[in-house]
Design a protein. Structure first.
Length: 475
């Protein structure tokens, strides 16, 4: 997968805590990490302007990344536990190279407080607060907080109304003690401090540059270096903000009608492909093989028709046989027939889908989309190569990517369930038979964790003493 495709994949990640796995070109897990925001953390790996800040080991890791997958969890502690289990399972080479938990610092502001304060934060949460950063160096963000407290007279750290120690003078405009400052004036200064933290205060950055040069002249090189880091961080944040806005402004408007009309023309379809369904297979080394079906109506996702499947008849990694199974299962009982079916893959996947349809006596237009060259395979052995700016190609690429995302999400759900169930392997004295009996009786680790000791002893082979220890272990 190219860097461009990886960046596109990052945009689909949620702003939620979780764990991410980086894979190399051979599909091997080379790094496992946790994140408070998957989109934010994983996106940092593919931001060109950050590359020069990374050490050689991190750059080597980034150069080796061919794909990634993520697991969404409910909380940061759960992410920490899952990360540990996955590192134990895969033993990724780059985890041994890095010190764990080296996170950038953020600045957080809760606008709902009467006197909003600027505070340090390690993780960005969906809590209604404003976040600034990340700052590449912990010392730089602390110096930035000191500077703006003195410059703007705003509160940093702590909670509640101003205390006696907070009643200091600001050097901004006319010095005013915080105790005598009108509330509206304080909020105005908070906004000015926010502009500073977003790198939008040219005057403040120039003042910092002057202080940096003065410190260097006095041979206070450590202080000058800290100020340099503050300035670099603010400019980096400003560039990132401009880049995001620029990308949003350049994002093309989708003409879905034009996409469908071109797709009908290039494929020679009898009717407009307003209803398209796409298939994808997901497995890792032949384990937990699953498939997805997604549906587009008038060029937009129609999630009521989404389906996922566990592959039942195929042993090992056989994408062709898996595709044949799921296409046959999908249309053997389906009342609605799509205008077009797309399978993720080339000639082999297309042939498997056509064979499955023929077997159940269903005739549908089917194409395959191969990832590497984005070639469209059609029945009869022909291959279409549409221009990269083709609206028709964009439509089926979105369909393919959505099928891939949906299949991966289901695969991750099953893998996460398996990983959670493996926690019983760490409980001494519980053999395979009793572990299986517990899982069959309760259905999941969550239900077992919620069960009482009396309910656990209802499982064959589990005595009261073991039930008590197991209850304590799971808690």
């Amino acid at each position: 997968m190219t860097t461009l495709n990886l960046k596109s994949k990052v945009r689909d990640l949620p702003n939620k805590p979780g764990v991410y796995l980086m894979r190399d070109a051979l599909g091997r897990v080379i790094y496992v990490g946790k994140a408070g925001s998957l989109r934010k953390r994983v996106g940092q790996y593919f931001h060109p302007s950050r590359r020069h800040r990374y050490d050689p080991k991190t750059r080597a890791l980034i150069d080796s990344i061919a794909d990634f997958e993520t697991f969404v969890v409910h909380s940061e502690p759960e992410a920490l536990l899952l990360e540990g289990k996955l590192i134990k399972e895969y033993k990724p080479r780059y985890n041994a190279f890095f010190k764990d938990d080296k996170r950038f610092l953020l600045v957080k502001l809760n606008p709902n407080e009467e006197y909003p304060r600027f505070k340090f934060a390690r993780l960005k949460k969906d809590d209604g607060a404003r976040y600034f950063g990340p700052f590449a160096h912990a010392g730089s963000v602390r110096l930035a907080m000191q500077f703006m407290r003195k410059k703007y007279g705003v509160l940093v750290q702590g909670t509640g109304a101003p205390k006696a120690k907070d009643l200091k003078y600001s050097t901004y405009l006319v010095p005013v003690p915080l105790k005598d400052m009108p509330h509206e004036e304080y909020l105005r200064r908070v906004e000015m401090a926010c502009d500073f933290l977003e790198g939008r205060s040219k005057e403040a950055i120039e003042e910092l540059e002057t202080q940096m040069r003065d410190a260097a002249k006095l041979t206070h090189f450590e202080k000058a270096a800290e100020m340099r880091d503050v300035i670099d961080s603010l400019r980096e944040i400003a560039r990132a903000t401009r880049d995001r806005k620029f990308e949003r402004d350049l994002r093309p408007k989708i003409d879905r009608q034009a996409e469908m009309e071109e797709l009908q023309r290039v494929l020679g379809l009898a009717k407009l492909p307003a209803h398209i369904e796409g298939f994808d297979i997901s497995n890792i080394s032949g384990t937990l093989s699953v498939a997805s079906t997604v549906c587009f109506m008038a060029g937009k996702p129609h999630k009521e028709h989404y389906r996922h499947y566990k592959i039942k008849t195929v042993v090992g990694s056989d994408d062709f046989a898996s595709m044949a199974e799921v296409v046959g299962r999908r249309y053997s009982h389906a009342d609605v027939r799509p205008d077009l079916v797309m399978v993720d893959g080339g000639a082999g996947q297309l042939s498997a889908a056509l064979g499955a349809l023929e077997k159940i006596g269903v005739r549908l237009p089917v194409i395959g989309l191969a990832k590497q060259m984005e070639e469209i395979y059609v029945p009869g052995g022909s291959v279409l190569r549409l221009p990269r700016n083709s609206p028709a190609l964009h439509l089926i690429q979105r369909l393919r990517d959505e099928a891939h995302r949906f299949a991966n999400a289901y695969h991750q759900k099953l893998r996460k369930r398996r990983i959670q169930e493996s926690v019983l392997d760490e409980f001494d004295g519980l053999g395979a038979k009793r572990k299986l009996a517990l899982l069959q009786h309760f259905g999941s680790i969550q239900r077992l964790r919620a069960a009482t000791i009396e309910e656990i002893t209802g499982v064959r082979g589990i005595g009261e003493k073991m039930a008590g220890k197991l209850k304590e272990f799971l808690s």
